[in-house]
Structure formats: structure tokens, C-alpha cells
Write a new protein. Structure first.
Length: 297
């Protein structure tokens, strides 16, 4: 296996790199900017703009991957809502460019997608459920998925996930678990919603699942998230309990009071049966991962 990773400066990208280094897999890490992952040696890194076809073509043809894991995306949901053209260019058009180039070299192409492709009215979504996005970001991922779903070539997979958390180097944004550990430890005030339900995903479990799809040469859609559905405020309360910290500074609010540009699906969560059976995917609970995170922070 020769694995090319897009978005290797991002949270998931860094975890895939970490696992490849640990296992001795042959890989090339790529991202838009310079290599910001201090754990990724520069000889395994190349800058690649996924919106530039010539750039993709040159990198693919020099490395000749057998598998591409496409994690790069515009992931800020509100930014996407306010910048729909840029969102479409990075999340949809670039996916088409990458898929076109992947097919030229007969490489397996894996797209990272999201629970935000669903409207969140039902929850516990299966791989076969019909998407119905409520945001520009969610729709961009539906459109990217459709490029693969409508292709005659089936040498692809889609890994859908939900609120990813974990530690990494020089990230452009934090994540709910790191933020909570920091704020609860320092007693900083937090406002947190109680009317959105998610299955938070430890980035290392997700990275394992993405690589396992490649290793087992699986095709089609896979749901990869954490094992437990909880309201967003419950994430914070469980972390506080685990750390033995007070929640006196945590204020519970409703989503409506946030006035965010993009709508969010109220209740997502995935049915993990397919991934458990076909990949032996067995993600850790929130408490199991906090124990590990505390040793990394
Ligand atoms: N994080 C979540 O909670 C979550 C939930 C559901 C689904 N997902 C999906 O999972 C995937 C990984 O998420 P993540 O949290 O690891 O993302 P992330 O930390 O936001 O990283 C995304 C990476 O994409 C890269 N990128 C953006 N534009 C690019 C371009 N034009 N060319 C090349 N690279 C570009 C950025 O590279 P530079 O840093 O080099 O600029 C960035 O490091 C995404 O596809 C996301 O939609 C994430």
C-alpha cells in the first residue's frame, strides 16, 4: 500500500500520519501550507493545493499512490455558509479533480464526509439513509459524495464521521474536548448547548478506521464515529466529572441563542453495525480517551 493523505496538517490528517509512521506504511502527507505537523518528517511531506489540477497531477504521478485518503476540506461550517463559492470549490470541485486523477492511476479514493449531510430529525443514521443537508457545508459534502456515488468506477470509499476530537500539532482550530479540559481546569466561563446530540469521535479511532478500509480494500460508505450519543453539554459534564472539576462556570444555553449563520442538525449519531462487522471497528468511550489525552496535553 502507498497512501497519499490530503489535509495532513489537520486533526485527522495528523493522526493518519502518526499511524502510518508507527506501522511503517509507505505514505506521502500533503496539505495546503507548509508542513505544520512537527511529528511528520519533511521528507514525507509535500505541499499540494487540492484546487489546482496541475499540482495534483504532478504529485500523484511522482508518488504513484495505491490509496488516497482525502481529509482536506473547508471544515468551518459558518465560514462555508458565508462563503458558498469557496466552499464549493474546495469541498466539491477539488474532490472531482482528485477523483479524476486517482482514476488515471487506478488508485483507491477515500472521501471524508460528515453527519451534517443529514437533517438530524431522526438520528442513528445508517449508511443507506438518504442525505438531506441543512447547511452549505453539509450540502457540499453531499455533492462531493455524489461525485463518487454517480461514478461508473467503484474504486472508492466514503468515511463519514461526527465531531472529531484529539490533540495535534499547530491546529488552526481547537475541538470541544480540548477546549473543555482547558476551560474546566482554568475555571473559565463556558456557554454550552443542550439541544444538539452527537456521537463524538476520537481522532485516533477514526484514523484507524480510515486506514482499515484501505487495508481491507473495502468499497462503499462506512460510518465511523464514537460509540455514545450524548447532548453537547453532556460531553462537558462528563469531562468535568472525570477531572473532578466544578461546572459552576458552565452555562447551559439553547442553539437558538447563538444566532450562528449555519443551521445545525439537532440529532445525528450513526448506526455503527456495518463498521463493527466489516472492519472490526471498536471505538473507545469518552472517558477511555480522556485518560489518554491527559497524558498527551
Ligand atoms: N472535525 C470534525 O469535527 C469533523 C466532523 C465531521 C467530518 N469531518 C471531516 O473530516 C475531514 C477532516 O477533518 P479535520 O477536522 O481533520 O479538518 P481540519 O483540521 O479542519 O483540516 C483540514 C485541512 O484541509 C486542508 N486544506 C484546506 N484547503 C486546502 C486546499 N485548498 N488544498 C490542500 N489542503 C487544504 C488544510 O490544510 P492547511 O492546514 O495546510 O491549510 C487543513 O489542514 C474533513 O473532510 C471534514 O469535513 C470533520
Amino acid at each position: 500500500m502507498k497512501i497519499l493523505i490530503t489535509g495532513s496538517n489537520g486533526l485527522l490528517g495528523q493522526k493518519i500520519v502518526k499511524l502510518c509512521l508507527k506501522r511503517g506504511d509507505d505514505f506521502l502527507a500533503t496539505s495546503a501550507g507548509d508542513n505544520r505537523n512537527i511529528d511528520c518528517p519533511n521528507e514525507f511531506y509535500q505541499t499540494m493545493d487540492i484546487t489546482n489540477q496541475e499540482n495534483i497531477h504532478a504529485v500523484f504521478n511522482s508518488f504513484k499512490p495505491t490509496h488516497i485518503i482525502h481529509t482536506a476540506a473547508l471544515t468551518n461550517v459558518d465560514y462555508c455558509e458565508l462563503n458558498p463559492e469557496e466552499c464549493h470549490k474546495v469541498n466539491v470541485s477539488a474532490t472531482q479533480l482528485l477523483w479524476d486523477e486517482a482514476q488515471k492511476i487506478n488508485a483507491h479514493f477515500q472521501l471524508l464526509s460528515t453527519d451534517f449531510i443529514f437533517d438530524g430529525l431522526i438520528g442513528n443514521y445508517k449508511e443507506t439513509d438518504i442525505p438531506s443537508a441543512v447547511s452549505i457545508y453539509g450540502q457540499s459534502k453531499v455533492d462531493a459524495e455524489n461525485i463518487l456515488l454517480n461514478s461508473e468506477n467503484d474504486n472508492w470509499s466514503i468515511a463519514r464521521t461526527i465531531i472529531v476530537y484529539g490533540t495535534a500539532n499547530n491546529l488552526s482550530r481547537t475541538n470541544i474536548v480540548l477546549w473543555s479540559i482547558d476551560a474546566l481546569t482554568n475555571g473559565s466561563p463556558m456557554k454550552i448547548i443542550n439541544d444538539q446530540f452527537r456521537m463524538p469521535t476520537w481522532a485516533e479511532d477514526l484514523a484507524w478506521g480510515c486506514l482499515e478500509i484501505c487495508k481491507r480494500n473495502k468499497k462503499g460508505i462506512f460510518h465511523l464515529c464514537g460509540p455514545e450519543l450524548m447532548a453537547v453539554n453532556e460531553i462537558v459534564f462528563r469531562i468535568a466529572k472525570y477531572l473532578g472539576k466544578s461546572t459552576d462556570n458552565v452555562e447551559i444555553i439553547s442553539s437558538a441563542t447563538l444566532s450562528q449563520p449555519a443551521k445545525r442538525p439537532p440529532r445525528t449519531g450513526f448506526d455503527l453495525s456495518k463498521s463493527r462487522i466489516e472492519l472490526d471497528y471498536n471505538p473507545k468511550t469518552l472517558e477511555q480517551t480522556i485518560e489518554i489525552l491527559l497524558t498527551e496535553i
